[in-house]
Design a binder for this molecule. Structure first.
Ligand code: ZN
Length: 378
């Protein structure tokens, strides 16, 4: 049985959801269950994207919490939530967001969701399209600067989006849920762009697109909670198999082959996802987090719980247990037997000699911590 093989062989690569909004409020109540079900249903990795700045911290938080399967992108979508209705993005939106993206760039697997949306209900002012294009350009520049792939939206703007990406010299692109004509998609294929197929493909008339785009340029996505197989019903990453089966049927391939190729494409486009599958030597319990963190781990038997990006961990000898809290902290640990209890962001701990215990008073985390013969309760 294919599904059993997937579960029993840890080296088997499952589905990869290349575009998903798990930070959406619709997942607030049961995200844990949704993530658990995704794993049970053979999903190996999920790329999480925000809409705008107000979602950034939630995207980062859930990506940290479920770091064995989620990986974050940050970016500003062409359509933002207005006070009453949705509105086209502004330069003020991107000016506020760019420093935040740059601050977290080391932990991102990509920049997104970015792109163009030329629906008339979104682009009400004559300048909206130009502003969207400038917001896209700034984020493509950011992606190029940090060598990150981009996760691209292109509603009612297939041709202008592909033209803009070519003009800006974008590389490493996934066009998500592309709604343009297949001939336009093929212009993207010639640039090496990928196209991710959502489960809503079963109710959209995009069979020609699936037929024409080569499997080597295809990815799977869900865009959860949107773009499910049934309109108006919340989508979730467990539905990736629906996209996979549809592609297999149209291209006359085995579903297992479609899954294998789309997942290996995803790892080519998002190389940072590879870390989700790397294991460690027996005895070590390493929860290694994000790129940009520096872990110099020592010997087996250490248990390292890492936190957020920007932290630098220099870890010494076996027997140390480090509990680490928030971003921006720098820990320079020394010798065995030391206990570090970290508190708030922005603090710097410089440890010196063995046997010392560092305690922060204003702890955000109430942590009970045990070290060698030392019981510290906070
Ligand atoms: Zn989306």
């Amino acid at each position: 049985m294919e599904e059993e093989e997937l579960c029993n062989d840890s080296h088997e690569l499952g589905y990869i959801d290349c575009h998903c909004h798990l930070a959406d409020d619709m997942f607030d109540k049961d995200l844990e269950e949704v993530v658990a079900n995704s794993k049970k249903d053979g999903v190996s990795a999920i790329v999480v994207v925000p809409i705008g700045l107000e979602d950034f911290s939630k995207v980062l938080d859930i990506s940290l919490k479920y770091r064995d399967i989620l990986s974050p992108c940050l970016g500003v979508h062409p359509v933002q939530r207005g006070t009453e209705d949705q509105r086209s993005v502004t330069l003020a939106d991107i000016e506020a967001a760019l420093p935040e993206i740059e601050k977290h760039v080391d932990i991102l697997c990509g920049i997104g969701e970015i792109g163009l949306d030329f629906q008339p209900r979104v682009c009400k002012n004559p300048s909206d399209k130009d502003v969207q294009k400038e917001v896209l350009r700034l984020q493509v520049e950011m992606a190029k600067k940090f060598d990150l792939p981009i996760n691209v939206h292109s509603r009612s703007a297939g041709r202008p989006t592909i033209a803009a990406l070519k003009e800006f010299g974008a590389r490493n692109v996934v066009m998500h849920a592309f709604d343009g004509r297949p001939a336009v998609a093929m212009e993207g294929v010639r640039e090496g762009f990928y196209f991710s197929i959502p489960p809503s493909i079963v109710r959209n008339d995009q069979e020609k697109l699936v037929k024409q785009v080569p499997i080597d340029n295809m990815l799977l996505e869900t865009d959860s909670p949107g773009l499910g197989p049934e309109k108006g019903v919340r989508n979730n990453p467990s539905n990736l198999h629906i996209s996979c089966e549809y592609i297999a049927k149209v291209k006359n391939m085995d579903t297992s082959e479609v899954r294998r190729i789309t997942s290996s494409n995803a790892l080519k486009l998002f190389p940072k996802l590879t870390k989700l599958f790397s294991g460690n030597a027996a005895g070590e319990t390493l929860f290694s987090g994000y790129a940009g963190e520096t872990f110099l781990s020592g010997n087996a038997g250490e248990t390292l719980f890492s936190g957020n990006a920007g932290e630098t961990f220099l870890i010494g000898n076996a027997g140390e247990t480090l509990f680490i809290g928030n971003a921006g902290e720098t820990f320079l640990s020394g010798n065995a037997g030391e206990t570090f209890l970290s508190g708030n962001a922005g603090e710097t701990f410089n440890s010196s000699n063995a046997g010392e215990t560092f305690l922060r008073v204003e702890l955000l985390f109430v942590t009970i911590f045990l070290s060698i013969n030392t019981h510290v309760a906070v």
